[in-house]
Design a protein around this ligand. Structure first.
Ligand code: GLU
Length: 561
């Protein structure tokens, strides 16, 4: 077969050779050890929590090593493309600290454009490049056109399968597929000419030279040493519309763009043999690979399941409406990605997660477990380290969009709201009441008359008379100018007066001799003033509420008791 002639027949419009393309993509001039990584999403919807993994790893490895991190939009499947997804993706990732040095970016008008010398970074704009390499592979007899349609292949496969009864099912299937492919290979030049003349579509297939009985030894930087069967499948390089498959585009793009480390989900591991074969056919150096384990969750029955698209926590946009601060999500991702992150963080509590030396060797091989409780824990810590001003800024921004009623209240008097957030903040052991901005309403509501309501009830075991007497006595003695000691002494006095222990030690030694203790007295007052059985430090709360509000609420409660 005259392969040059075949190549001309198939790609008459392609004049360039690979060397012409290569000339436009010179090797990158980077310091020794610098890693070039990329995030290569298909714009088919929202950013999945799982997408934060490869992108965070890529970002960290590139930026830690003085390398380059770029964004490539893999939009070769027009059917699955969702309008605006690529733009949304760039914005969402930016929120989570994923910034690209190069690649697809948003211009001032919010449209996607290119930044960098290794583009275009949108695969749909790289059609010509793929065809240049496709033509070259045909010239070298490594790829061939297949005019057999999918339906015909299925038919062939079915016939072949019947003849393979001696094999086990999966072997039979694999063999049948291969035989079907081979049937599609057999075209003479004359036949090709005829098909083309008749305008029949074709796909371009690789002419696989592997043997699945033979194993390739391969080291994945996450999974470790692997042995994978060679590829013997004539997989498709170009679809009938000339658009490349992921396999073909991946090899060409990552080569030309100088990717040193391909970081992707482990669902691509079964395709690795195909990629190894392609890189070798194309004469490209194979990049290093890191296949990241899938994110799992525990389902209702306690079983481990993949965190799927529809699961709570999958869509990154939901984190915004739930009111997570991106920094908390990033830290949580770090705890899942690197087993020593938490330990590092404990020793470096004041440093941002970006100072953590991310280490490939500490990555989980088998899969991380997604867990909201853990995320909330991380998040509580993150928020507890913020200043009251920061909490105000971030929570009011959130409330503006997602809880306007709360926003109206808290933004009326920012200084007042900030003083609420300042309670118990700044010390060695800051309060940890908030894990998401959604929690703010519940935390601050009683500071605002319009949101205040009595939510809890007094426990049954206390006499209403004692509660009433406590409130009356408190109202009589309350002075907003008291310091916290004087204020507390007054509460203790009420305890003594009513037969409650003012001294906790004495109470513990002899609980039967008392009706209760001073914390019960505080609770009587707390419920009247805050409507709840739990609240931050009551002295601070009252200082913020001011004399009138405290007394009014206490008197209201006395009335209904
Ligand atoms: N477009 C592929 C995906 O979204 C990219 C895989 C890769 O990073 O190579 O799964």
């Amino acid at each position: 077969m005259d392969y040059n002639y075949l190549a001309e027949l198939l790609f008459p419009q392609i004049i360039d050779c690979p060397s012409d393309v290569e000339a436009k993509y010179p090797p990158r001039q980077l310091p020794e050890g610098a890693k070039v990584t990329r995030f290569a999403p298909s714009p088919t919807g929202f950013v999945h929590f799982g997408g934060l993994f490869p992108s965070t790893v890529g970002e960290r490895l590139a930026h830690q090593s003085g390398g380059v991190f770029y964004l490539r939009i893999e939009d070769t499947d027009a059917k699955r493309e969702v309008e605006g997804a690529a733009e949304g993706l760039i914005k969402t990732l930016a929120k989570y600290g994923i910034h690209f040095d190069e690649g697809a970016v948003l211009d001032d008008s919010g449209k996607i454009s290119d930044k960098g010398a290794y583009g275009p970074y949108k695969q749909s704009l790289r059609g010509h490049i793929y065809q240049v390499y496709a033509k070259q592979l045909v010239r070298e007899g490594k790829a061939y056109p297949c005019f057999t349609t999918e339906e015909e292949l299925d038919e062939l496969q079915a016939i072949n399968k019947k003849e393979e009864i001696k094999n086990t099912d999966w072997q039979a299937e694999a063999e049948a597929k291969r035989a079907a492919m081979l049937a599609g290979r057999i075209f003479t030049i004359e036949e090709v000419e005829e098909h083309l003349k008749a305008g029949h579509p074709f796909v371009l297939r690789i002419l696989a030279n592997g043997d699945s009985e033979r194993k390739i030894k391969f080291t994945d930087l996450v999974k470790g040493a692997l042995e994978i069967p060679e590829n013997d499948e004539d997989f498709v390089l170009l679809k009938s519309d000339g658009i490349p498959t992921y396999h073909f585009a991946h090899a060409i793009d990552d080569h030309l763009m100088g990717t040193t480390h391909v970081i992707r989900g482990e669902e691509w591991l079964p395709s690795l043999a195909k990629h190894i074969q392609l890189f070798s056919y194309l004469g490209f150096k194979l990049p290093k690979y890191m296949h990241i384990a899938q994110i799992m969750r525990i389902d209702e029955n306690g079983n481990k399941k993949k965190l799927s698209k529809r699961d709570m926590g999958a869509n990154m946009d939901d984190y915004t409406s739930m009111g997570y601060c991106p920094e908390a999500v990033c830290e949580y991702v770090m705890t899942l990605l690197n087993s020593n992150y938490e330990e590092w963080h404990m020793q470096n509590a004041d440093k941002p997660y970006t100072s953590f030396p991310f280490n490939i060797k500490k990555m989980s091989i088998s899969g991380c477990l997604f867990d909201f409780a853990k995320l909330n824990d991380v998040s509580k810590n993150v928020i507890s380290r913020m200043t009251a001003d920061e909490v105000y800024e971030l929570s009011s921004n959130w409330a503006k969009e997602f809880d306007p009623e709360l926003y109206n209240q808290i933004s009326k008097n920012p200084e007042y709201t900030k003083s609420i957030f300042a309670i118990g903040r700044g010390g060695k052991k800051p309060r940890k009441d908030l894990s998401v901005w959604k929690d703010v309403r519940e935390y601050v509501d009683f500071f605002f008359d319009d949101l205040f309501e009595i939510k809890d009830n007094y426990p049954e075991n206390f006499s209403r008379t004692d509660i009433k007497l406590t409130l009356e006595e408190f109202a009589k003695e309350f002075d907003i100018n008291d310091d916290s000691n004087t204020w507390f002494e007054k509460i203790k006095d009420i305890a003594d007066m009513l037969g409650f222990a003012s001294d906790m030690k004495a109470y513990k030694q002899n609980p039967e001799s008392y009706k209760g203790n001073v914390s019960d007295i505080s609770m009587f007052i707390r419920l009247a003033v805050t409507g709840k059985l739990n609240s931050p430090d009551m002295y601070s709360v009252m200082q913020i509420l001011g004399y009138d509000r405290v007394i009014n609420r206490v008197n209201e409660m006395i009335k209904v008791l």
